[in-house]
Write a protein that binds this ligand. Sequence first.
Ligand SMILES: Cc1ncc(COP(=O)(O)O)c(C=O)c1O
Ligand SMILES: [Zn+2]
Length: 416
Amino acid sequence: MAKIEGFKCVSCSKEHGAKDVRYICPSCGGNVQVVYDYKAARGRLTRKFFAENPDQSPWRYLDLLPLKGDPSFWPVESGWTPLFHAQRLGRKLGLSRLHLKDDGRQPSASFKDRASAVVLARALETGERAIAAASTGNAAASMACLAAGSGLRTVIFVPQSAPPAKLTQLLVFGATVVTVMGNYDDAFDLCLQATEKFGWYNRNTGFNPFTREGKKTCAFEICEQLDWEAPDKVFVPVGDGNILSGLWKGFQEFERLKLIKKTPQLVAVQAEKSDAVKKAFETGNKLEPVSGQTLADSISVRLPRDGQAAVEALRQSQGFAVSVTDQEILEAVVSVAREANVFAEPAGAASVAGLKKAAQQGRVGAQESVVALLTGNGLKDAASVVQALKPPYLIRPSIEELEVLMDKHAGHFTAP
Ligand SMILES: Cc1ncc(COP(=O)(O)O)c(C=O)c1O
Ligand SMILES: [Zn+2]
């Protein structure tokens, strides 16, 4: 069972007792990291322990999660998404050891289920009555999906720009949905005020320290799926920076427990105009707001809410950051679909757009072991991808018309 020793502030480095923190650092308001009693975990968590554990849910890692571990509070099955060798895509990019991890196969079809599962279990264990979340769409859809039927009310704040499929997910799972006339940052701030005023449990990314705890399970899975050989580089789509900081915590914890020998370099991939983490990392200055404009709605963020921890993760892992245009993101969506058989949403495939750019710049070795995360399913925002595709042909139901069409576009009716 996990034993939280305390919390350490990402901003001022101050340490706080396990009972002294609900969300953020009481001294400076910075985000905090959960610190466990790693000595207790070290004796139990061996490679053999995992090899003999048939459970592939997040609770496989219970010793490193902030939960007491009562199974009656565990939400629907999530986690343990496929990691596969993407040979064709790798060949195209000049990489022989490229793996993709498809988190679009989570219950609500995004990576965010990792965080929501842990936050929900924690909320149930501690007797909360309602959870509120602000989100670009996926975190909320995930919270609504996992919390359905749990007895908890879910109150969601999303920007008006959230894609229709994500809004539909929220509604179908029975969340109370408040669309905010403003952007994600406005929704985030309103959610903070609301939870403070009404006492709801706040799941906001980064602000709630347990989102990172759920997200780190992806790093654990990667280590196991690569037979305890951590990759050289992991490419991560970055908005608030919480996936990035979560992965880094996961790799560090497994290294600390001597389950892996080395940690990977992390690479942040951001949309060109939503690149606050990249800027802060490269200049060494503090995070400054940017426009956040991108069609990849899930990584559209003006001021990243876990940016500091993300910058620190890049530094500590000796990684780097890449920014990509919307056009490059759309090309990556198509390329991942055709070369690796996965339809990822724009933010989800941004990792591959960044990988392509970094490979072209000579920043990735041909023989390196590389993992790119696909963080969300393409059906969540099909509309923005359609613009990158040729429309279908339209004919009357006539074989003659079909033959005319085939004459005109012969290449499209034979094996590629
Ligand atoms: C599909 C997808 N990819 C990437 C991200 C970025 O994660 P983070 O905001 O933790 O950087 C998100 C966040 O909403 C997402 O939904
Ligand atoms: Zn602090």
